[in-house]
Ligand binder design. Structure first.
Ligand code: F6R
Length: 245
């Protein structure tokens, strides 16, 4: 994407899943001169209450894994502030920013074990914009591993792009690995589209690629992969299964 369109607007996730992607982007920058100086970066979400300097803030994560390692320009980096005084205003400002930069060309997302995208947790509207999200208890438990296993340290709220925001991106890539994601992957693709499974909203988009390792694809492959209404399902060298919706 960046080679074809140096000014691309990239929507980026955090978490453990994309770490190898960031390592590869850094490698491409160092070894092959991939240029990030014109790209615009918008993060999917940020915890409410954590300052930029907190080691678990998503601002800190992005600096650590990408921005300080490549030639990204600070003026092109947008991450909602988790310590903004007026969170509603911060959410509205973020939506405005996305519009001002011409929309997101490529949005990369992970998926929670409960099917969340960003922090759009089960029950949230499939069209919601950037909003103050309440983390599901399951998400807080899953993320306790980043907070020395102490769930009480995991923030209760976040600013998150909404499913409506994500669905406006021109292209979406969802990445998932590990057996713990296999149930959510199965449900998002096979069961009805529902607010109970936020990731199922991606089926309403016409340019989504889902990259899965073997463990995350396990349930899908065994069950009904041929029944998924997709243009292409193929195995490639990098991933166990690529589903193009
Ligand atoms: C992160 C985010 C979350 C994660 C999801 C999976 O910015 O928005 O939705 O993508 O919780 O997290 P990992 O990759 O840590 O399993």
């Amino acid at each position: 994407m960046l080679r074809k369109k140096p000014h691309a607007v990239l929507g980026l996730p955090t978490g453990s899943t994309p770490i190898p992607m960031y390592k590869e982007l850094v490698r491409l920058h160092i070894k092959e001169g991939l240029d990030f100086s014109h790209a615009i970066f918008l993060n999917l979400d940020e915890y409410i209450g954590l300052p930029k300097t907190h080691s678990q803030s998503y601002y800190y994560y992005m600096q650590q894994y990408l921005f300080t390692q490549v030639n990204a320009k600070a003026k092109n980096i947008y991450i909602p502030s988790g310590i903004a005084k007026d969170i509603e205003k911060e959410c509205a400002k973020y939506e405005d920013k996305i519009r001002q930069v011409g929309g997101i060309d490529l949005q990369v997302v992970g998926i929670g074990t409960n099917g969340h995208i960003g922090f759009c947790e089960p029950g949230v509207s499939l069209s919601i914009a950037t909003h103050k999200a309440t983390l599901a208890q399951r998400t807080r438990k899953d993320n306790a591993r980043f907070f020395k296993g102490d769930v009480s340290q995991v923030p209760t709220h976040a600013i998150s792009m909404g499913l409506g925001t994500v669905r406006k991106a021109k292209k979406i890539i969802l990445m998932a690995n590990g057996q713990k994601k296999s149930q959510a992957i199965y449900k998002m693709l096979i069961e009805p589209i529902t607010t109970h499974m936020p990731a199922s909203a991606l089926r309403l988009h016409n340019n989504v690629t889902i990259l899965l390792d073997k463990a995350a694809a396990q349930k899908l492959k065994k069950a009904v992969a041929p029944n998924i209404k997709t243009n292409r399902i193929h195995i490639n060298a990098l991933t166990a299964l690529t589903v193009t919706l």
